[in-house]
Design a protein around this ligand. Structure first.
Ligand SMILES: O=C(O)CCC(=O)C(=O)O
Ligand SMILES: [Fe+2]
Length: 315
């Protein structure tokens, strides 16, 4: 752990949302640099109403407070649907380590015309569904603006990434890290969430004020990504790493069982953005050159995601 040295950048998104081209370009360039150096940045003034976030966290707390039997009625079933409740230790983000000390609930936009809805909503809690559906829309909007900035940063048409994400194959994930019992000592390598990289293009991460998120620097040290009120953490995932021919990094991160926060509940909400399953992922032209050959063959976003989920859940 390092307490000195450079820190994860904080970028003010306000000028991108309301500014002229010059302002927008400046913000996009900051995002490009942060994604290259860190694969992580805090975004301030992202345009999301504080109220929407407060409500989402409240609804999340209420959901996780339900009896386990009730949560299990909406249990996660398979990687293809990837929705519903995932119990404590069911998942290991770092396959070499014990199961993660967390529980989660995944939801996602319903595909229009796909028949039976796939989200697994708990019965008798219409408020939960309403708040989360609203929050999901907010996340999609914010992510689309971030993707526009990325397109500008990479000299692509403004809608380059937004179009590739327009089927909204995203996942919203509520996370709860329960307090650990008095005297708890983590088994070797046990943590709230094991070290991992995210699979998709970008992730928006909202954390409460407990802390515990750690990001691995390029020098290999673990740095705390402390909660900064009024900001959302944005990180670039494996797919963006591949798409940008490794220019944007997909940085390992984890949630550590730090002694000072071990006995506190921690809540976070992650919005994982995934391009359309049929989107062709070919190294972006501005990231490829005479001295920078494309490092990956084309794939589709769907193929990429399925491989990653299978590795995590073993299904
Ligand atoms: O809870 C957090 O702060 C991080 C969670 C995370 O990185 C993930 O679920 O991919
Ligand atoms: Fe993550």
């Amino acid at each position: 752990m390092t307490g000195t040295g450079p820190n994860i950048p904080i970028i003010d998104f306000g000028p991108f949302m309301s500014g002229f081209y010059g302002d927008r370009k400046l913000v996009a360039e900051r995002m490009r640099k942060a994604s290259t150096d860190w694969g992580f940045f805090y975004l301030a003034n992202c345009g999301m109403a504080a109220d929407s976030l407060t409500q989402a966290f409240m609804a999340s707390r209420q959901f996780f407070a339900l009896p386990l039997a009730e949560k299990n009625l909406v249990a996660w079933q398979n990687a293809e649907s990837n929705r519903g409740y995932v119990g404590v230790k069911r998942e290991r983000l770092d396959p070499a380590r014990p199961g993660d000390l967390k529980e989660a609930f995944n939801l996602a936009p319903e595909e229009p015309g796909a028949g039976v809805p796939k989200n697994r909503w708990p019965q008798g809690h219409p408020g939960f569904r309403k708040v989360m559906t609203h929050f999901l829309d907010d996340c999609i909007n914010t992510a689309d603006r971030v993707l526009e900035a990325f397109a500008l940063a990479l000299q692509q048409p403004a809608d380059f990434f937004v179009r590739a994400h327009d089927k909204h194959h995203h996942t919203l994930r509520l996370l709860h890290y329960p307090p650990l019992p008095e005297g708890f000592e983590p088994a070797d390598g046990e943590s709230r969430a094991g070290a991992h990289t995210d699979y998709g293009s970008i992730t928006l991460l909202f954390q409460d004020d407990v802390g515990g998120l750690e990001v691995r620097t390029r020098a290999g040290e673990w740095l705390r990504a402390v909660p900064i009120p009024g900001t959302v953490v944005v990180n670039t995932g494996d797919l963006m790493h591949r798409w940008t021919n490794q220019i944007f990094c997909s940085t390992p991160h984890r949630v550590n069982v730090a002694p000072e926060c071990r006995h506190l509940d921690r809540y976070s909400i992650a919005f994982f953005c995934h391009p359309n399953k049929d989107a062709e992922i070919v190294c972006i032209s501005s990231c490829v050159g005479e001295h920078q050959p494309a490092l990956y063959p084309p794939t589709t976003a769907g193929q990429h995601l399925q491989e990653k989920l299978t590795n995590t859940y073993g299904t």
